[in-house]
Write a new protein. Sequence first.
Length: 100
Amino acid sequence: QVLAYGVPWSELLCGVLLVLGLWARGAAVVVIVMMLGFMGGIASVMARGLDVRCGCFGALKLFCGDAPMGWCHLIRNSVMAAVALLVLWAGPGLLALDNL
């Protein structure tokens, strides 16, 4: 239950911090860890052949739509982890609040 309530708030906080460029590298690390955890869960579902539908992104149905957990979800999470890795490696950018 703690994760069910804590993870969405962590995602929201990390997203806001990344957009603002405030503590961006720390937020990027948290995002990478979460994406790795999500990808591990997706891989587990795929390996067991379960038909699990993701409520990720709510009504937006971003990229993968209503499809069961599969390669689309793994690729989407890999791209988000790669972008967070880029922020971790290169820094938050010129307009970041971290630069003040």
